[in-house]
Design a protein around this ligand. Structure first.
Ligand SMILES: [Zn+2]
Ligand SMILES: [Zn+2]
Length: 392
């Protein structure tokens, strides 16, 4: 692997930094200690730092060189942990009970701090870098909150880049793709208000359980009959609640679920069909319904030129054969999608090697693989040196 000597020498200190971040995970919009720690590190490197964007978000700016100083690139890392009780026994395990860095965001922050350190010390680029540390990636759309808080007005960038370590990908490998890489994610809530009554006298009721069953059944036809077979979509009812005992038809049933898709026209169609089926069943069974549909994360879509740059920066480290450029899209979702909706850019997966048992992402024995650190720092620095070359 082609890692710069200086980055290799930084690894022991970065591992310490990663373990420190791992030991006090904080969740969505509560990343105060994390934000203070990052800010202190970045200020010690001489960067201009703004704290408090979307509450706990941090942006640090580094400008170098003459020439095209106004050309700016955004590099983004996520800061939040998860509500998981850590079951590891090493000495840097979580000291914040019930919270855990189980997705590798401690490693992502460390690698971006490492890149800030290397690039602040070495005059190897000409331009501006905004290091973006975003809160609440897991569920609450912290990236979107930073945008709403004026991220790209205050810190305009030509392109923005993100990465995520993945244990299922071998160490030293990268994977990405042009176009949609991860799906959009929406949620729906349907309240079915019927007329309850004695189970032995169903003709005197408007049974919401029967209505719910028709709805769930007909929702299955949205993907199979309404969606173009070559497009992808998921409609999943994930929660159904109603009834209390054997002989009472309940008044209400509540359904909840999620939908996934890559294309806006499929998203529109799925929302419309869910509503039409809900209304249609309500009409044919005599119940009333309250239908709520909420668009959460958009699809993560990589722009073409920036994906080429990401592939180039990665190939310089591991060789082109270890950079998978046609990763099949996944139906999972990623909050970085909001930034990619605003700016051209690319998201890349970084191989972290086989996890130990129980140590998959979002599991209680997960731990970020520290061997990834020099690879991630090298990726960021290559990207900047290619995009903001000296003498330009
Ligand atoms: Zn996660
Ligand atoms: Zn994650």
């Amino acid at each position: 692997m082609n890692i710069k000597k200086e980055i290799e020498t930084m690894v022991p200190k970065l591992v310490e930094c990663r373990h420190e971040l791992h030991s006090w995970p904080e969740t969505a919009f509560e990343e105060h200690r994390t934000s203070d720690f990052i800010t202190k590190e970045l200020k010690s490197l001489g960067l201009e730092v703004e704290q408090g964007i979307a509450g706990t978000g941090v942006v640090a700016t580094l400008t170098k060189g003459e020439g095209k100083r106004e050309k700016a690139i955004g590099l983004r890392a996520d800061m939040d942990g998860l509500d998981i009780h850590e079951e590891n026994s090493f000495d840097y395990k979580s000291t914040n009970e019930g919270k855990m860095h189980a997705c590798g965001h401690d490693g992502h922050m460390t690698m971006l701090l490492g890149a800030a350190e290397y690039l602040s010390r070495n005059d190897t680029f000409s331009g501006t870098i905004h290091f973006i540390f975003q809160p609440a990636e897991e569920n609450e759309g912290g990236g979107n909150e930073m945008i709403k808080d004026g991220l790209f007005e205050k810190y305009p960038v030509e392109a923005v880049f993100g990465l995520h370590s993945f244990p299922i990908l071998p160490l030293g490998y990268f994977a990405t793709r042009k176009g949609p890489m991860m799906a959009a994610f929406d949620i729906f809530d349907i309240k079915i208000n019927g007329t309850g009554g004695h189970a032995a006298m169903p003709h005197l009721t408007r049974d919401p359980i029967v209505a719910a069953s028709y709805m769930i059944n007909q929702f299955q036809s949205i993907v199979s009959r309404n969606s173009d077979p070559v497009e992808s979509a998921v409609v999943s009812v994930t929660d159904i609640h109603g009834g209390t005992t054997y002989n009472v038809i309940p008044e209400t049933v509540n359904l909840r679920g999620t939908t996934r898709h890559f294309q806006p026209h499929i998203q529109d169609m799925v929302e419309q069909r869910l509503k039409e089926i809900t209304d249609g069943v309500a009409s044919s069974t005599g119940v009333n319904t309250e239908f709520k549909y909420e668009r959460r994360y958009p699809a993560t879509v990589n722009s073409s030129n920036e994906t080429d740059e990401a592939i180039k920066a990665a190939s310089m480290i591991t060789g082109a054969e270890k950079v998978l450029t046609d990763l099949p899209p996944v139906m999972g979702s990623e909050d970085f999608a909001f930034m990619l909706k605003e700016k051209p850019g690319a998201y890349i997966a970084l191989g972290a090697g086989d996890p130990k048992p129980g140590g998959m992402m979002h599991q209680s024995k997960f731990d970020f693989n520290d061997e990834v650190i020099p690879i991630g720092v090298s990726y960021w620095t290559n990207l900047i040196e290619n995009l903001l070359p000296l003498g330009s």
